[in-house]
Design a protein around this ligand. Sequence first.
Ligand code: RFL
Ligand code: PHB
Length: 389
Amino acid sequence: MRTQVCIIGGGPSGLLLSQLLDRAGIETVVLERRSRDYVLSRIRAGVLEFGTVGMLEKAGVADRAHAQGLPHTGTYLAVQNAGFRIDFDDLIGKRVLVYGQTEVTRDLYDAREKAGGIVIHDLDDVELHDLDSGAPYVTYRKDGTEHRIDCDWIAGCDGFHGPSRKAIPRDVLTEYERVYPFGWLGVMADLPPVDHELIYANHPRGFALASMRSPTRSRYYIQAPVDDPLKKWTDDAFWDELRRRLPHDAAERLITGPTIEKSIAPLRSFVADPMKWGRLFLVGDAAHIVPPTGAKGLNLAVSDVHYLFEALKSHYHDADDHAIDTYSATALKRVWNAIRFSWWFTTTMHRFPDQDPFDQAIQDSELRQLQSSRAAQTNFAENYVGLPY
Ligand code: RFL
Ligand code: PHB
């Protein structure tokens, strides 16, 4: 088979890129290792930046997000059971949309299906070949048979563990990494959220976050050791710990009940540089990981897609390769902004095992400044709602 852009990975970045390119008359094939149901069973991000919503509109897949998503004009930050609000609307005139990654991905799958797009599922042994030639190709195995796709370009949208980043020679690639000494224990529950906005809580017992997916579905997280056995965290143990860390008024309002999902995720920051080598582009989690504190993972994947889509459009429509040649540098500039914000917010909101009195005093000072300074809040709002592309 031959196509113009072979996209490895049918997560949000691969599907969005495919949808945008298709609408611009550029051919794609998407190769996804898992089944569609499996991809749609993964519970991940929940907060869409202003620019991400714009990208979904551009791709023609924003109707359900607008109808069902929850616009949030601000967020609460809590310190030791008391809180203050950061008002995005007042500070910068923008808002975020709370709409789950699962739903974004479902909307994209539906759109690709409606447009007759080629998405091949349930495959193995994806390998990238001749990336430094003008004629790259991808091979994979499906139902015991080897297949080959010849293409002009390969988009590596295959997440942190996929084969794309590993296809860049070791002596070309620099990797930057920070692993945090804790994880997030997250639950989903079909219960009304404790508040109509998100609450990020800094507490001596550890960080907590109250989020949601809808007016009847809550998403909560608490900082926990990454190797804690899940069975230690019964529903009651989780609710008790969450209640201790939330602001007192929210804790009193918290409605508890059975959870429908519970898992512990590790926290890391990671950047691969460059994000382009030969005919391969890295996109989204394949190139970078952020801790979830800033709600940036999915949004960063979408901004990569923006830069790559514009670059490929210039290549095919205008025979202009400037944006192709500068894709890595352009995308990485925005990536590092999100890496910095996510690192700062993580460092400011969590308890570290080796936190000494100096670290503690700095954290307290950061939060006091955020509470009292409009300039500091404006900076927070700009980063949280999403820096411009
Ligand atoms: P994805 O979503 O990981 O999609 C990559 C796709 O590639 C497929 N794949 C392969 N396909 C073919 N051949 C192979 N060899 C392949 N290897 C992998 C995978 O099956 C998958 O379908 O990356 P993408 O599209 O770049 O999107 C990025 C976002 O998914 C990610 O940044 C966020 O979900 C990160 N993240 C969160 N971000 C937030 O903003 N808020 C959150 O609350 C949040 N929670 C999370 C998260 C990421 C998690 N991961 C990756 C473990 C919770 C978890 C558990
Ligand atoms: C979520 O709802 O899953 C969520 C929200 C905000 C974050 C991280 C996760 O910072």
